[in-house]
Write a protein that binds this ligand. Structure first.
Ligand SMILES: [Mg+2]
Length: 171
């Protein structure tokens, strides 16, 4: 049986992909946690993520996948702080968080990791990012309603389809 083709790098957007808000618009820093690990903003508003996300990141990380973040947030320090407060830092080897086209984020992933674009899988809720990054040869999945285990499975499946056609074409 052919070995299952897996992405060498899986990249996630942050706003409306891992959590249901724009970090630079919908909350007021500073962010903090209480003794139960609940994250809240300056006005004690609860800051949350899509419910499948922590388990999904844990599973991928334990499964040996390399993970990254590509965000165009205009407040990079706050975005980084939320990732840290959610205890997700340990899952992400690469983090590129700054405004501008995501072509830049992915060029840096490629340079830093040495991984080819075709070996990358990317999840994002904005069509423009999907179009831009897709031009590089990255397998891109448009997310609506946030990341879930089902969307992850769909992405891994699409990656496999893209890769098997790529390998078939070479023969
Ligand atoms: Mg987004």
């Amino acid at each position: 049986m052919a070995q299952r083709m897996k992405p060498k790098l899986i990249v996630f957007d942050l706003d409306y992909t891992l959590w249901p808000f724009w970090v630079d618009r919908h909350f007021s820093p500073p962010f903090n946690t209480n003794k139960d690990g609940i994250v809240y903003d300056r006005f004690l508003r609860l800051v949350n993520y899509y419910s499948d996300v922590p388990g999904m990141l844990y599973q991928l990380h334990n499964g040996g996948y390399t993970l990254g973040i590509a965000s165009r947030s205009r407040t990079p320090p706050e975005a980084h702080k939320l990732v840290k407060l959610f205890n997700w830092d340990k899952y992400f080897k690469y983090k590129e968080v700054y405004p501008g086209t995501k072509l830049n984020h992915f060029r840096r992933f490629q340079r830093k990791s040495g991984i080819s674009y075709v070996d990358m899988l990317f999840f994002d809720d904005e069509m423009q990012n999907i179009v831009d990054v897709g031009k590089l040869g990255v397998t891109c999945i448009l997310v609506s309603g946030g990341m879930s285990n089902a969307v992850l499975t769909e992405g891994l499946h699409k990656f496999q389809m893209n890769n098997s056609s790529r390998h078939t074409n070479k023969i």
